[in-house]
Design a protein around this ligand. Structure first.
Ligand code: DGY
Length: 321
């Protein structure tokens, strides 16, 4: 059998590709930190049998129909809203993602963001860097507590559940909203299923971990922010487009809610002139939810294993369909 050609949209470590080289002919974009330009992606992967792509690559209908021999798209992410699934299905192209391997790492980041936002860690660090620590005073950089507070998790999938376990350890009351109730989680974590409105009105921390779909686009909008407590902190580690960004800016700017911790944005990357960056009550991170060295390596490995299993095994390990 002729080796299948696999196009990889970002420079990956040779050491990870090495053992697959006897099975595949790899073509790879040369840079690690910048995305492959669209024309190059279209041109270079025209002959590819498989694609290993990043969450930042738009694998749309045009891409998916230009290459009649493409058989598999392995997305290096658990979310797959960057891929036009309908077109992939219609063209019998398998799509895979990377669930499980990133769950705990992403939950860690979610909780880190929640803690950093509530205890104002970035502002506090900046005070030292600006040489502005003058004295101890009772309410200097006073944040808000986590223990005994209510966390409302929107999207109780794998990552939501891992965040809930952390919240339990911090002595929080746990509310969740999801497509389906999960009786096991309720028993294990004493989490309570509530409707979206109740979650918004009762939570001190509203945490978004929902996938981006037609139903969740701009779910967190003016109406939602106005239902939250004035002291509420909003955390988003799912996808930027679940938030109506102008509405969140206004809510933060006018004190409708207390603060926000955001790892994702509707259009990424954002730059320093993004309106959020002008606000002291927002922490912005550059989409690093799953960014530990161990987990990013496991994600790449899983993409390669999915591709290997598709061509030489019993089918991909973690297919989206
Ligand atoms: C995912 O896996 O969907 C993340 O957003 C990318 O790390």
């Amino acid at each position: 059998m002729k080796k299948p050609i696999i196009y990889i949209t970002r420079k990956l470590p040779e050491s990870l590709l090495q053992s697959y080289k006897e099975y595949f002919e790899f073509h790879m974009w040369k840079e690690e930190e910048s995305s492959v330009p669209r024309e190059i992606l279209l041109k270079e992967s025209k002959m590819a049998d498989g694609l290993l792509c990043m969450v930042s690559d738009a694998i749309d209908a045009h891409y998916l129909t230009q290459n009649s021999q493409l058989k598999i798209v392995a997305n290096n992410a658990v979310g797959y809203d960057n891929i036009d699934l309908q077109t992939a299905k219609k063209n019998e192209i398998t799509v895979t993602n990377t669930p499980d391997v990133l769950t705990e790492t992403t939950a860690d980041l979610t909780f880190a963001l929640l803690m950093a936002t509530s205890r104002r860690l970035i502002e506090a660090n900046q005070v030292i860097r600006d040489n502005q620590w003058k004295n101890w005073s009772p309410y200097f950089l006073a944040g808000t507590d986590i223990y005994n507070k209510t966390i409302g998790i929107v999207g109780m999938g794998r990552i939501g559940t891992a965040v809930a376990r952390r919240a339990k350890g911090f002595g929080m009351r746990i509310l969740y909203h999801n497509r389906r109730k999960n009786p096991e989680i309720e028993k294990e974590l004493q989490a309570t299923y509530v409707d979206f409105r109740t979650l918004l009105t009762e939570s001190d921390f509203v945490v978004s971990l929902v996938p981006l779909t037609k139903e969740t686009k701009h779910l967190f909008n003016k109406n939602a922010f106005h239902q939250m407590k004035q002291e509420a902190i909003f955390i988003n580690v799912s996808r930027g487009a679940v938030v109506q960004e102008d509405d969140l800016f206004e809510a933060l700017n006018k004190g409708v809610i207390r603060a926000a911790g955001l790892d994702v944005f509707e259009t990424e990357p954002i730059t320093a002139d993004h309106p959020y960056v002008s606000l002291d009550n927002v922490i912005c991170l550059p989409h690093i939810g799953s960014a530990s060295e161990e987990t990013r390596t496991k994600m790449i490995q899983l993409c390669l294993d999915n591709i290997y299993q598709y061509f030489y095994g019993d089918g991909p390990i973690t297919p989206v369909f």
